[in-house]
Unconditional design. Sequence first.
Length: 73
Amino acid sequence: MRNLFFDITLMEQKRDADLLRVNKKTILFNNRELKAIENYCRKYRVNNRSKFMREAVITFILKKLDEDYPSLF
């Protein structure tokens, strides 16, 4: 007989491993773009710029995918 707690723990570890960020991408900005980002972060008190950039990119991607989703009408 298998231990249910052990199975749940393994499933949680797999899920956590899937969410672990191990892939790195680098973005280059010109001076104007960087200044705009810095001003935005200062104005809206963004402390975690990595999270901000990640959320901005993923939000854009999900919005675009939703717009491009085929419809019947």
